[in-house]
Design a protein around this ligand. Structure first.
Ligand code: HEM
Length: 367
């Protein structure tokens, strides 16, 4: 598609699909031409919990909402979480190290980010198992486009859960992020329930699935290319760069949506006002115009300007946290599970989504 139809109009769905690096970067960052707005209205009715969140808002509201949470996610604030993330990783790995085989998604890549964000948000530990099911449903929702009954029920359940949690924090505030958001004001106004719901669902669900997939995709890339694990163990300073290469090569978020604000053109193709666009991050990150030998996973690649966390004002808020969690988890996996390989005969199954790219399970073995 990059070669033959870089800006493609799908007559059936009505969407415009964008495949080249420069175009994807433009669509993601030029918010005056390409809006992030979606639906609106009561999320329990529309089934769109993200309809009034940071990720679906344009300036000036976007800037105001984002300023409320940036402090909690700066690299410095996130670095302070490192000792806790290391302890959690060690606990999770201690449970499986002597087994010699396990599903690394189930045992490590899924629980780690969920526990970390739950603690940050002040969510009761026992409730986090429910998020897995919810995020799975949300991801499958994004594939089919349509909202079926199961999706609707999940949205109602999530909405009720988060409204209860918000109410609890309102009556008994703590030092967590939800309590902080409840006390914050924009121009003298507190956030309303729909905006609070947007933050809760975005932070508690969206960031988890993606970080799980980054860790899982990294194990897949490292075990797939012979010698990679040995090199990283010998030269641990390569790991951050190797993680960036995983983000490029197997991007956990493959596509993002925008809507054309007015009639416009992209790579000489005319796009009408109101047209829905899909910016294919996964394709941009393998664009031969931007990367040499893009279809090769190469941990020696330097200064990788991938778009896996987006670009511009919506650049992923959780990027420092995702990078830190991935680094700690992968360091522990590579050094604590010697001789790591994919379990012989295992069939790898990808998640059923056009937005999220990752494995359902990752059966691995070690000595
Ligand atoms: C935005 C990817 C982890 C919270 C984004 C965007 C991408 C992305 C592509 C841009 C969306 C757009 O332009 O419309 C990823 C990937 C992750 C990850 C690949 C893991 C590897 C996280 C985590 C959190 C998080 C751990 C939170 C704890 C957010 C938020 C936004 C966002 C709040 C919206 C920012 C805004 O609109 O200003 N993410 N994300 N993400 N991400 Fe992440």
């Amino acid at each position: 598609m990059r070669e033959t139809a870089p800006v493609f109009h799908d007559e059936q769905s009505g969407s415009w699909h964008v495949f080249r690096y420069d175009d994807v970067q433009q669509v993601l960052s030029d918010h005056a031409r390409f809006s992030s707005r979606m639906g609106g209205g009561d999320p329990s009715e529309t089934g769109q919990l993200f309809a009034s969140s940071l990720i679906t808002t344009d300036p000036p509201r976007h800037r105001q909402l984002r300023s409320l949470v940036t402090q909690a996610f700066t690299p410095k604030a996130v670095d302070a979480l490192a000792p806790r993330i290391s302890r959690l990783t060690d606990e999770l790995l201690a449970r499986i190290a002597s087994l010699g085989t396990a599903d690394l998604i189930q045992e490590l890549a899924y629980p780690l980010p969920v526990i970390v964000i739950s603690e940050l948000m002040g969510v009761p530990a026992d409730d986090r198992n429910r998020f897995k099911h919810w995020s799975d449903v949300i991801v499958s929702q994004t594939r089919s486009g349509a909202i079926n009954e199961d999706h609707h029920a999940t949205n109602v359940e999530m909405t009720e859960y988060f409204l209860d949690l918000i109410e609890l924090r309102r009556s008994r505030p703590g030092t967590d992020l939800i309590s902080n958001l409840l006390s914050a004001e924009i121009d003298g106004q507190k956030l309303n329930d729909v905006e609070m719901l947007g933050f809760c669902s975005l932070l508690l669900v969206a960031g988890n699935e993606t970080t799980t997939n980054l860790i899982g995709n990294a194990v897949l890339c490292f075990t797939e290319v012979p010698g990679t694990i040995e090199r990283i163990l010998k030269e641990p300073s390569l790991l951050p760069q190797a993680i960036e290469e995983v983000l490029r090569f197997r991007s956990p978020v493959q596509s993002m949506y925008r809507v054309a604000v007015a009639d416009t053109t992209l790579s000489d193709v005319q796009i009408p006002a109101g047209a829905p666009l899909v910016a294919w991050i996964g394709s941009a990150n393998r664009d031969e115009r931007q990367f040499q030998r893009p279809a090769r996973f190469d941990i020696d690649r330097e200064q990788i300007r991938h778009l896996a966390f987006g670009h511009g004002i919506h650049f992923c808020l959780g990027a420092p946290l995702a990078r830190l969690e991935a680094r700690i988890a992968l360091e522990a996996v590579l050094s604590g599970l010697p001789g790591l390989t994919l379990a012989p005969g295992s069939r790898l199954e990808r998640m059923d989504s056009t937005i999220v790219y990752g494995l359902r399970t990752l059966p691995a073995s070690w000595q």
